[in-house]
Write a protein that binds this ligand. Structure first.
Ligand SMILES: [Zn+2]
Length: 530
């Protein structure tokens, strides 16, 4: 940590709450913002911020960096974007609580999310402690995943066994006591997709009891978006939980133009007393597992059963009939054409960087898909799903914050992993003026910090934790593309983590100054934290 504090001099300061910027000095003492404007205390180290914007550190409300920060080398890919806190454990997929049996299945299904870190059996609190000890480059707030709870309590079976619901609730309670900030669900992924609304209400109620948020990758993001959002709102309302709708979008050609209805329903839920909001990444493509194009039922009973189904011509044909219906629970096959699906991870490395159409090499694309998933059930893709007008409409909404949905910063990943926040600012604020600086900064900071109750973060006022970002509004941006994603960001100049200047002139210090931020349910938090 830096000793005597910092004085960020002469920048235009944004509070994160949506106020316009104003020129002021920001004094940082003992890890907190000591003053904004006025006479600063003496003896602070001066950092020249003239012609720069000084904001709260960005809060990435939707990341999959759960295990990334356990890698031997520190991982500054978010810090270099100005992100000081990532909310991880999204889409129902977390790496705790896992017992030996569920850890093995998780290893088969979700290794694409694990950054190469071995997936081990672990209680939730143990994983949180391990992350804290390892020292993440930035702060982490942890969600507990419904899919993981279900996998551990019930394996990959569709029907809940007697006692499984109680087991899930008990494991969830343990996670909240260990500091989880919310419950996540991923209702297109097995085994999360097997849950009915009542099962999710019961767990969201546990979350609400500990002050946690319900964050959901909804059952459908395309033509059945409204029904899926209705379910999410019902769950939050019945359970009394805050709602975070993950990666808001109108997915697939048939859903083009539905962003307006999504935003209207979110607003209506708020008027109705549900604290509902969402997050979004500013791109027209998503990234997911290749198997999500198949009906989720394909995976019932485990990966060997799935491989057997995919290799059997009769069940392959039956799956295709279901997939082509394109209803809720039928998988994502109808969302995009084979040319819009880019393979980003596969056991056969020669396939990476090719589209599904290219990988099919003249064969039937459905057969190619089944072969590719059978060959690697954890294969990952980038998939062009969204219309740019829908992307912009959602960006303009004050109810939707920013979540990168990033995976590990290795290999051919979606460019959002390296550039989500700079792209928002450079492209959609400076170049296209879809929103103002203060609106974008609020969406990238306070909106998410508030929804996940990250106390003292996401705002730049006297007394707040000094997680800060200083950027150049003229150059901030990211030019990464789907085929060349890992290019350096521009314009992110300084990043401060609880008073520590961890990025200076765009260079990472190498210090692992992040920590795990415990949620309101945590006994540790009640005792004042570490
Ligand atoms: Zn998701």
């Amino acid at each position: 940590m830096t000793g005597g504090g910092l004085l960020l001099q002469g920048g235009t300061v944004f509070d994160g709450l949506g106020s316009p910027g104003r020129v002021a000095d920001v004094a940082v003492v003992d890890g907190r913002v000591a003053a904004v404007g006025g006479d600063p205390p003496a003896g602070l180290r001066r950092v020249d911020c003239r012609d720069r914007y000084v904001t709260p550190g960005f809060v990435d409300t939707h990341a999959h960096s759960d295990l990334v920060h356990l890698l031997e080398e520190p991982q500054p890919f978010k810090l270099l974007q100005g992100v000081t806190t990532e909310v991880v454990g999204n889409c129902g997929l977390t790496f705790a609580p896992l017992d030996p049996a569920s850890a093995e299945v998780a290893g088969e299904l979700w290794s694409g999310l694990a950054a190469g870190v071995p997936i081990q059996p672990s209680g939730f609190g143990k994983l949180a402690e391990r992350l804290d000890r390892a020292g993440p480059a930035n702060n982490l707030a942890l969600l507990v995943g419904h899919g993981t709870l279900r996998l551990t309590a019930n394996g990959l079976e569709e029907e809940l066994r007697p006692g499984a619901a109680e087991r899930m609730a008990a494991l969830a309670a343990e996670a909240f006591e260990a500091g989880a900030v919310g419950l996540s669900s991923g209702l297109i992924y097995v085994p999360g997709s097997y849950a009915d609304t009542g099962e999710l209400v019961a767990l969201a109620r546990v979350a609400a009891g500990y002050g946690g948020t319900y964050a959901t990758h909804m059952r459908d993001e395309g033509v059945h978006l409204e029904a899926a959002l209705e379910e999410a709102v019902t769950i939050a309302r019945t359970a009394g939980a805050r709602l975070q709708v993950s990666h808001c979008k109108a997915a697939g050609r048939a859903a083009r133009g539905s962003s307006g209805r999504l935003l209207e329903r979110l607003a209506a839920a708020r008027l109705d007393g549900v604290d509902a909001q969402g997050d979004q990444y500013p791109y027209d493509a998503g990234a997911t597992v290749l198997s999500s194009l198949l009906p989720p039922a394909v995976a019932a009973g485990g990966t060997e059963a799935m491989r057997a189904r995919l290799r059997d011509p009769a069940s392959r044909a039956a799956l295709r009939t279901q997939a082509e219906r394109g209803g809720v629970g039928d998988g994502g096959w109808t969302l995009a054409g084979p040319a819009d699906v880019l393979l980003t991870g596969h056991a056969d490395a020669g396939l990476v960087g090719r589209t599904l159409a290219e990988a099919a090499a003249g064969r039937d694309p459905w057969d190619a898909l089944c072969d590719l998933v059978a060959g690697d059930p954890a294969a990952t893709i980038v998939i062009r799903l969204m219309d740019e007008d829908d992307v912009r409409a959602i960006l303009a909404s004050p109810l939707v914050g920013v979540g990168s949905d990033s995976l590990a910063p290795t290999g051919l990943e979606h460019p959002r992993t390296w550039g989500c926040f700079p792209r928002l600012l450079g492209r959609y604020v400076r170049e296209e003026q879809v929103l103002t600086w203060e609106q974008a900064i609020r969406k990238a900071t306070w909106l998410g910090a508030r929804q996940f109750r990250l106390d003292g973060r996401g705002l730049l006022v006297e007394g707040a934790v000094a997680d800060l970002c200083v950027f150049d509004p003229v150059t901030v941006g990211h030019d990464g593309t789907y085929l060349d994603p890992d290019v350096p960001v521009t314009g992110i100049e300084h990043v401060v983590l609880a008073g520590d200047l961890v990025v200076e002139h765009g260079r990472y210090s190498g210090r692992r100054s992040g920590r795990v931020l415990r949620g309101p349910g945590s006994r540790l938090a009640a005792l004042g934290g570490r």
